[in-house]
Design a protein around this ligand. Structure first.
Ligand SMILES: Nc1nc2c(ncn2[C@@H]2O[C@H](COP(=O)(O)OP(=O)(O)OP(=O)(O)O)[C@@H](O)[C@H]2O)c(=O)[nH]1
Ligand SMILES: [Mg+2]
Length: 173
């Protein structure tokens, strides 16, 4: 089976680097750098994260994007050849949802691939859950998964869902 390239995107602090570190079976390549901007954390991804993961027999290559708009040229670079997209948002930061919507539209209009949304920090209530996030983005609940990006089992669930969607798409062709 060919490896599948998956892009993990979303706003600053959504948990993209965390999810890839939690899941990767190989040493993660990351490009986090100290940030001088006030983004609520010390480091931010400036180019990409890269990790790998098997789901059953299927090997996934996970490419994480930077969250900051000033690195948005990387979204295109990293999405090239991707077969699926995982969009992460912080469940405790609804003020980021509009930016996330723009990011999602930007990427899916250029790279129309199946996507799933992961709502992080479900382990830190109060947070928005999938039932509240799905209508905000006009998505079926099936495409929105609540996760804790620091927990391996939980972090894998949106990727399992994405793989199911990708297989359904293949069957539909
Ligand atoms: N408890 C908890 N912490 C999380 C979760 N997701 C992310 N975090 C924490 O949030 C912080 C930011 O996560 P990052 O993985 O750096 O976020 P990012 O999306 O890569 O951010 P940028 O690269 O700056 O765009 C880290 O301290 C993580 O441990 C989660 O689901 N639960
Ligand atoms: Mg990052």
């Amino acid at each position: 089976m060919e490896p599948l390239k998956i892009v993990v995107t979303g706003p600053v602090g959504a948990g993209k680097s965390t999810l890839i570190r939690t899941l990767s079976e190989t040493e993660v390549v990351d490009t986090d750098a100290l940030t001088s901007e006030n983004i609520g954390k010390e480091t931010t991804t400036v180019a990409m994260d890269y990790g790998t993961l098997h789901l059953g027999d299927q090997l996934l290559y996970l490419f994480g994007t930077p969250g900051q708009d000033r690195f948005d040229f990387m979204w295109d670079v990293l999405s090239d050849g991707a077969l699926g997209l995982l969009m992460l948002i912080r469940g405790d930061k609804p003020e980021d949802f509009v930016a996330a919507r723009k990011q999602l539209d930007y990427i899916t209009s250029r790279h129309p691939v199946p996507y799933v949304m992961g709502v992080t920090r479900q382990d830190r209530p109060p947070v928005w859950g999938p039932e509240e996030v799905a209508p905000f983005f006009g998505l079926p609940l099936q495409r929105v998964v609540g996760i804790n990006a620091t927990d391996p089992q939980s972090a894998a669930t949106p990727l399992i869902r994405l793989l199911e969607l990708m297989l359904e798409d293949q069957r539909a062709v």
